[in-house]
Design a protein around this ligand. Structure first.
Ligand code: DQA
Length: 143
């Protein structure tokens, strides 16, 4: 089975209660369950991790690069300003899909910039938790 890391950045552990009108009512725990079972259907071994810490996220991206593991990454607010996360993504050795629950392009100006997009394989945004599901499907299809 192909292993896939789903990496979630800051504040995504608070899904369900965090601005549900923007991010939906699914909790992070429910997201983990949904992606794990979707992964099994797609013959992917999905591991979901979440951190509010930039260094931890960068460490996971290094691990994925070293082990050639495809990644689904929601960098959350780091998307917009973290050159350190961007530089870690640039080291990827397997497909890495940037995902967002909301459509940042349709929101505040500061969300219109992603410093990650240019070094990701592709970006899926605006479909709620289906953004993650579509990314897993893309990985399963071999892109
Ligand atoms: C987000 C969009 C970001 O702008 C925001 O900072 C997040 C979540 C999304 O999934 O829609 O934390 O990445």
């Amino acid at each position: 089975m192909t292993r896939v890391l789903v990496l979630n950045g800051p504040n995504l552990g608070r899904l369900g209660t965090r601005e549900p009108e923007v991010y939906g009512s699914t909790t992070h725990e429910q997201l983990v369950a949904a992606l794990t079972s979707m992964g099994a259907e797609l013959s992917l071994e999905v591991e979901v991790r979440q951190t509010d810490d930039e260094a931890t996220l960068i460490g996971w991206l290094h691990e994925a690069a070293d082990d050639h593991i495809p990644v689904v990454l929601n960098p959350a607010a780091f998307t917009h300003y973290s050159y350190a996360v961007r530089d870690a993504v640039a080291q990827r050795t397997a497909p890495l899909i940037e995902v967002h629950l909301s459509n940042p392009a349709a929101r505040e100006e500061f969300r219109h910039t992603s410093v990650v997009s240019a070094v990701a394989t592709g970006t899926i945004a605006g479909f709620g938790i289906d953004s993650y599901v579509l990314a897993l499907r893309a990985i399963a299809a071999g892109l």
